[in-house]
Each structure stands twice: as C-alpha cells, then as structure tokens.
Design a protein. Structure first.
Length: 103
C-alpha cells in the first residue's frame, strides 16, 4: 500500500494545471526527479494510471490526468472538506495554540 496525501494530490492538480510533470514540479518548488518518482509510484500502485505522459517531439510532450487521476483528486478533496467540517471545533482550538500569523 502506498501513501496518498496532500503532496501527491497537489502534484496531480499541478499536472492538470500546467500540462507536464516538469512544469508541475517547478510550480511546487520540487525537483523534476522527485515529482516523476512520486507519479511513477502512484501510477504503479493503481489498477489504471492517474497520469498519461507523452515524450517530447514536435508537440513537446506533456502529461495529463486520466479519469482515475481526476477521481483521486475529487475524492481526496471531498474527504478533506468533510473532515475539516466535522472537526471544525478541534481545528479552531489547534489554531488558537499557534502564534498569531502562523496559521
């Protein structure tokens, strides 16, 4: 089983927005190698890949999310929103413990 958390989901969203793993990595201040390894790990763990990549050439290559990748993002963000809503009092209490301006 692999870890699926905010980092991989943010990377998927960045790939969707920027159209390539390298541009997504740059937008997240991540090395291309790290981003590629994360996407490779995710794709290998899935029944169907989350991203499809085309190698460079006349069209310049790029990456897109598959329907599976889109579903991962949607499900993860839905879970995140539901958790935040149901834990609002606890999140507020934790936020009060932070120095002002740190949240």
């Amino acid at each position: 089983m692999i870890a699926l958390g905010p980092g991989k989901v943010s990377l998927l969203e960045a790939v969707r927005e920027h159209g390539s793993i390298s541009a997504a990595a740059r937008s997240l201040n991540m090395s291309y190698r790290r981003a590629w390894l994360l996407m490779d790990e995710l794709n290998r763990a899935l029944e169907s890949p989350a991203t499809l990549s085309e190698h460079g050439g006349q069209s310049g290559g790029g990456s897109t999310l598959t329907p599976v990748g889109e579903e991962i993002v949607r499900l993860y963000r839905d879970i995140e929103a539901r958790a935040a809503a149901s834990c609002a009092p606890e999140i507020a209490a934790l936020t009060k413990l932070l120095r002002s301006g740190e949240a």
